[in-house]
Unconditional design. Structure first.
Length: 111
């Protein structure tokens, strides 16, 4: 992936007709976008990207996952957006930390 700069646009297809939701973060002055890329070594050639997008001015954090579709020749995109408190909660759950951000989290039920 090329280096992205403030104001750049990221497209999901080669024709540059489908814009990524990450572009909202690339246009924001205070936003930070980190990207991680994974390429499968099994021979199938699947690629995945995970973007962590943070905009402190608007109290928003997004996790965006893109996977390359060999069939359609474009990136498929899924995004989840959080406010800061909800993201701290998600991060605590991933780390199995039941106390984070000044709160105590309780497991209600396991299915």
């Amino acid at each position: 992936m090329d280096t992205l700069k403030r104001g750049d646009k990221l497209y999901l297809n080669e024709q540059h007709t489908k814009e990524s939701c990450i572009n909202d973060y690339l246009t924001a002055r205070d936003a930070v976008v980190e990207v991680y890329e994974y390429t499968d070594s099994s021979g199938y050639g699947s690629k995945a990207r995970i973007f962590l997008c943070v905009n402190p001015k608007h109290d928003a954090t997004s996790i965006v996952r893109q996977t390359w579709s060999q069939l359609t020749k474009e990136w498929q995109e899924e995004a989840m957006e959080f406010d800061t408190d909800s993201f701290i909660f998600l991060e605590a759950l991933i780390k199995s930390n039941r106390q984070a951000g000044g709160a105590v989290y309780s497991l209600l039920r396991t299915y």
